[in-house]
Ligand binder design. Structure first.
Ligand code: SF4
Length: 211
């Protein structure tokens, strides 16, 4: 049986995006294809902070935590080829499954596990803010870190308009810095003028001192 590289499994309160405040189990998978300057989880891709765990054992660990909501994050979870198998197993166990991705990668077998209990949050990253075209139809939440490089064309463009029509975008001021809160307010106004809603949500787990 194949094993997955897992950095950590833990219970916390969702600190980002539209699920904020809800209890959730996290599975952090190893590896990332990007190197964002403000990344707060560099240990997720240092190549030494992981254990290799079989999917059955991983699902058992999450069951032991006792919550029905699980977030698969990284690093970048789409670097793990077994991601669709893990999602499938968790959905079979009736978990609500959240996946957080930088949106640059794609695994064809994800199509086979698309389900109303699977939610994919895409957080496009600078400098390109690239979103893989195959991923676009399955994104249920767009979340942007508001930093110096983000501008309105990264948020509203021909690729994201469909997502914005059906849902809202989350603006997350980088490191909760006051100047980025101000920028987020300005972007929120521009998004509103274009006819869409957005929510400014800080990294609440950091404010609360949670993992
Ligand atoms: S995509 Fe996420 S995990 Fe990867 S470097 Fe950027 S912030 Fe860190």
């Amino acid at each position: 049986m194949t094993k997955l590289k897992v950095v950590e499994i833990f219970r916390t309160v969702e600190g980002e995006g539209k699920w904020v405040g809800l209890p959730v189990s996290f599975i952090r998978l190893e590896g990332c294809n990007l190197r964002c300057p403000w990344c707060d989880t560099p240990y997720s891709y240092d190549g030494k902070s992981f254990q290799e765990i079989e999917i059955d054992s991983l699902v058992s660990e999450v069951e032991k935590i006792g919550l029905k909501r699980v977030c698969i994050t990284g690093g970048e979870p789409f670097l793990t080829p077994q991601l669709p198998d893990l999602i499938k197993r968790l959905l079979e166990k009736n978990f609500t499954v959240l996946v957080e991705t930088n949106g640059t990668l794609w695994i064809e077998n994800i199509k086979a596990v698309i389900n109303e209990k699977l939610f994919i949050t895409c957080s496009p990253k600078p400098p390109s803010y690239f979103i893989h075209p195959e991923l676009l139809p399955f994104i249920t939440e767009l979340k942007f870190v508001v930093d110096e490089s983000l501008n309105i064309s990264h948020i509203i463009n021909e690729k994201t308009e469909k997502i914005l029509e059906n849902d809202f975008v989350v603006l997350q001021p980088e490191s909760n810095r006051p100047e980025m809160v101000k920028k987020a307010l300005d972007l929120q106004d521009q998004i509103l003028k274009a006819g869409y809603e957005s929510r400014i949500i800080p990294q609440c787990h950091k404010i609360l001192g949670l993992p």
